[in-house]
Ligand binder design. Sequence first.
Ligand code: AMP
Ligand code: MG
Length: 502
Amino acid sequence: MPDQNKQTIEFKKNIVNFDNSYSSLPEIFYQRINPVPVKSPELIIFNKNLGKNLGMDIEQPEECYAQIFSGNIIPDGASPIALTYAGHQFGHFVGQLGDGRAVLLGEVNTPKQRHDIQLKGSGQTQFSRQGDGRSALGPVIREYILSEAMHALNIPTTRSLAAVSTGEEVVRETLLPGAILTRVAKSHVRIGTFEYFAARQQWDNVKILADYAIERHYPEIKTSPNPNPYLAFLKAVAEKQATLIAKWMGVGFIHGVMNTDNSSIAGETIDYGPCAFMDNYDPATVFSSIDHHGRYSFGNQPKIAQWNIACLAGCLMTLIDDDQTKLKKELGKIIEDFSVKVNNAIEKIMCQKIGLNSKQNNAKTLLNKLLEIMKNNESDYTLTFRYMSDVLGEKGDSNFKKQFISKNEIAEWLNEWQSFIEQQKNSKKEIYHSMRAINPIYIPRNHLVERAIKAGVNNADYSVMTDLCSILNQPYKEQHVDSGYKNPAESSERVYKTFCGT
Ligand code: AMP
Ligand code: MG
């Protein structure tokens, strides 16, 4: 309930033009429900640039955004709904998930893109099961930092528009301060949304959803000649996922919960839970405390994405007529081809990271040799590539070599690499610049994120978070800041496990 002692101030309620489309789908696709008001919302952070891009009025007093992004005031034109979905969690099908702690406030259409505006942590819905419908402050800070950092790294992702503290506590293992994140997404249609209807054999609804997703995300399918639009749709989603996963692999991002309900049809990174960036290179790296068998380890991500695409294919199968056996075979081929597509995309990015073209003879062999040496030397995944570019610049090879314990092996590799560089058409200077544009120096390292969370949770001090966000906003540009922002954690601060925090 809103704080009775607080004077009620009238706020502008039309801060943005909503244009809702999902809420005109059949009612089974969602529950109409307003966010549950909170006691005393306070704005932690408001992403004004993003607000501006959405055509939002960004000049209102803070209190206005605190009220709207907490769900205490419903802005004009919003049509809050909680979305229905199911999903495979750790390989097991759960037939009923849905927005148990989120509502889609509405959609905003800009000339470039339609966006969902969602409040996460906004109270119980019919999908809450045993949950309280709320979010703790820590995971909200985490999602804000991580998603905005991913965006700055040019990786498709949901964005964070705002975070507010609620003035209420949530019960987890201990009492924790509560918060709400305002998330912006191309949409919240997930593979799990298709699975919800397919599991109930509601093929009409599968078709309605597929047509909706085509219209919203892949409209070109409607006008290009295809033997079957749903096959073309599957292929388009698979391509988007392959590109996305390759980009994750390029920066060492580990999603941590690649369940089908956390897999976006629009190809964005979505649902930042126990995700983390890898420090030293090891494909077996897992941070999530709930991923006991390493299903979602760094190196497994391409395979899991393929598994998820196969789940989507299973849902779409019935939209292809029984007599179209040739098309059904093509559907199988899309799943098979996924591994080639994703691996090619990864190789391309990884070769770019070392200044080479993946089509160049033996470039991949050279790359794999490096990865092997990095693994054996526990080299930092981010700094090794970044400092490799220095070898072609004025700074030379000393920082690069520091990433390796056994110096001989890497010295030999470096000689070989330099002879590859000599063979390139482009000048060394050009290669240096292209390497710097793909190899970040700043990533949201776990210990830095933890520091920001601690300051926020223990002292309501959000300056650590905002400082970190501003550095991560330009991840490729060396900034005049403490070297602690680029270096891995000292052993005392190292984070080995991350938690969902639900
Ligand atoms: P997630 O792990 O955030 O992807 O959520 C998985 C499912 O659990 C989704 O259906 C969520 O809506 C639901 N869920 C997670 N946390 C809560 C919560 N605190 N209250 C209600 N439902 C939740
Ligand atoms: Mg989820």
